[in-house]
Write a protein that binds this ligand. Structure first.
Ligand code: FAD
Length: 308
């Protein structure tokens, strides 16, 4: 119930102005977001990579209906990749791109514009020695996002995608995307989805996650295990052994600010551990999804309010 309300609020402009006006919000947001500008992102990348963690960076923003804003987002990614290159931090880095931030929802030619902007980001990533992963948004965008992925992979075969275990279709998508060269980040899914397309029960989502993980681990691609859930991580570690995978042909991923000790534990054990680092001003939707995910995050926020 709370999750559904918070996810609905994540898309409400009225709630957005209310939450952004609360004085304590900024300090809570800082726990999950690297900062507002490119130098903030670069600083956090330097800190994380110093102890062996890898990074994927998200220039925050989504659902734009403005062509200029979509182009600006693509430029921001290019600038970021240039800044990381300049600091010797780009090789092996990844950027996570929401297609709705680069034009997918524009009223005219949205998919075409998103593809063109995503291509520009891929060119900048290729120049920097980095990779690109397409984030997955709500289920109405899944076919469009996978279609754009296919187009991008013709020229940039290393572009990765995200699949969400809460969707009933995802096991089949995992089969489709388990071929050689395919990079798939498997997560549980962060949006409010109807029962017609998504498992509603947490245990059903977890079972789906394990089935999907099995498909990806037995496949020929590069699985990216994105979860903070100790059970999912333990199962993934078993599947790595069972399927004979080596340290360089899969990775674990977590969000910035969440379970940092476990992130360091995984990296110290010799596995690849990548941290998803969001930065920028447009933190509202991302922040609300983090609150929805975990009541403890909400408590942390409310406690901050009470002490103000
Ligand atoms: P949950 O089911 O939320 O939690 C299970 C258990 O994990 C908890 O009981 C607890 O033991 C532990 N845990 C979870 N959070 C915490 C915490 N804050 N502190 C301590 N323990 C905790 N979603 C999308 O829809 N699209 C995307 O493109 C996308 N990209 C992502 C990229 C990355 C790298 C990651 C990590 C997640 C991404 N997500 C994305 C979000 C994802 O779908 C989930 O909403 C989110 O990861 C929460 O699910 P979970 O697997 O961590 O476990």
């Amino acid at each position: 119930m709370l999750r559904a309300s918070l996810l609905a609020a994540a898309r409400s402009t009225r709630m957005r102005s209310l939450v952004e006006a609360v004085p304590v919000t900024r300090s809570v947001v800082e726990r999950f977001v690297a900062g507002a500008a490119t130098p903030d992102a670069v600083r956090v990348v330097r800190e994380l990579t110093a102890d062996g963690r890898r990074v994927t960076l998200d220039h925050l923003g989504e659902d734009t209906t403005d062509t200029t804003q979509a182009a600006r987002t693509a430029e921001a990614y290019s600038a970021l990749l240039g800044a990381l290159s300049g600091e010797g931090l780009a090789a092996g880095a990844d950027v996570s791109v929401k297609l709705s931030a680069v034009g997918q929802f524009l009223p005219v030619d949205g998919e075409k514009v998103a593809l063109e902007n995503a291509r520009k980001i891929c060119v900048a990533a290729a120049d920097a020695g980095a990779t690109v992963t397409l984030d997955m948004e709500d289920h109405t965008t899944t076919d469009s996002t996978l279609g754009i992925l296919r187009e991008l992979r013709v020229d940039f075969p290393w572009v990765g995608a995200v699949l969400q275990a809460y969707l009933a279709r995802t096991e089949a998508d995992c089969v489709d995307l388990s071929g050689p060269g395919s990079r798939v980040r498997l997560c549980k899914g962060a949006y409010a989805e109807p029962a017609s397309v998504a498992y509603q029960d947490k245990s059903e989502v977890d079972k789906s996650y394990v089935r999907c993980l099995g498909v990806l681990m037995r496949g020929k691609g590069y699985p990216m295990v994105a979860s903070h859930d100790p059970r999912m991580i333990a199962i993934a570690e078993h599947l790595v052994v069972d399927s004979g995978r080596k340290a360089d042909d899969h990775e674990f991923q977590m969000l910035y600010g969440i379970r940092p000790d476990e992130q360091r534990r995984i990296a110290a054990d010799g596995a690849a551990m990548r941290v998803y680092v969001p930065y920028g001003d447009e933190w509202y939707g991302y922040f609300m999804r983090r609150l929805a995910e975990r009541p403890a995050n909400m408590t942390f926020f409310l406690r901050g309010l009470a002490t103000k």
